[in-house]
Write a protein that binds this ligand. Structure first.
Ligand SMILES: C[S@@+](CC[C@H](N)C(=O)[O-])C[C@H]1O[C@@H](n2cnc3c(N)ncnc32)[C@H](O)[C@@H]1O
Length: 235
């Protein structure tokens, strides 16, 4: 999975924290059992495969801009015998997705990559059936200017208030929002203790680089960045 872990218990692994987060998101979307689910920016599909295999949706379709991620997701779905489909697509265009084809749209930690977020929200609305639900979780800014690193890797964050306004403008009604920064900080702190304590040189190097990355994310979350979840429905 390619998103932050949520804290539940001391000694939890990165994957446990990430699965907890994914399950929480599905719950906040009022559950995805028997639903046609569309996940935008699904990454390597690990979250999709986890939710598709544990939450009994009617169908689960993930899209991502990066073809190797989609290839990985397809291969793993086949290898593990999980009923989920994947396509290369852009969340701001969604050319592969029919109008009103989803009961639930999920987008986790991907929207900060989208320069045209209003176009993305229009696509969320178009893909949802009337009454269908969405859950969007992502980095938000507390209002400062983007850091050098963010400009370097092309990320675009809104404030929580901007999200609320833009979702309303797109015809999406928010019925729950949560600042998840604290739970995710605790999840990241817990992970730092578990990264590659044993194994060979490659494992140690991966653990060291992972630790640096986690340290960066932690400083970011304690600084100008926060992390929000918005859920709601299409009128
Ligand atoms: C941090 S990963 C999150 C992946 C997944 N949602 C998860 O939680 O495991 C962000 C993903 O967004 C994808 N992405 C970036 N821009 C995109 C776009 N315009 N349309 C679709 N996916 C995009 C990236 O390729 C990457 O896989």
């Amino acid at each position: 999975m390619l998103h932050f872990p949520l804290f539940e218990k001391t000694g939890q692994t990165l994957l446990e924290g990430q699965r907890l987060f994914s399950t929480r998101i599905a719950e906040r979307a009022n559950g995805i059992a028997k639903a046609d689910v569309l996940e935008l920016g699904c990454g390597n599909g690990e979250q999709a495969l986890w939710l598709a295999s544990t939450q009994a949706p009617r169908s689960y379709h993930g899209i991502d801009l990066y073809p190797p991620h989609v290839e990985h997701a397809r291969q793993e779905a086949g290898r593990r015998g999980i009923d989920a489909t994947f396509a290369v697509d852009d969340s701001q265009k969604l050319t592969s997705v029919a109008d009103e084809s989803a009961d639930v749209v999920l987008c986790i930690e991907s929207a900060h990559h989208y320069p045209d977020k209003p176009a993305f929200l229009r696509q969320v609305r178009r893909a949802l059936r009337p009454g269908g639900r969405f859950a969007i979780a992502d980095f938000t800014t507390r209002g400062g200017n983007p850091s050098k690193f963010e400009r370097l890797i092309d990320t675009y964050c809104w404030t929580g208030l901007q999200w609320q306004e833009e979702l309303a403008d797109a015809g999406l009604v928010v019925d729950f929002s949560e600042d998840m920064s604290e739970g995710l900080q605790r999840g990241l702190e817990e992970v730092r203790g578990t990264l590659a304590k044993s194994g060979g040189l490659r494992t140690w190097v991966a653990g060291f680089l992972g630790d640096r990355l986690v340290a960066y994310y932690l400083s970011d979350l304690k600084g100008d960045r926060s992390y929000h979840l918005f859920t709601g429905f299409r009128e």
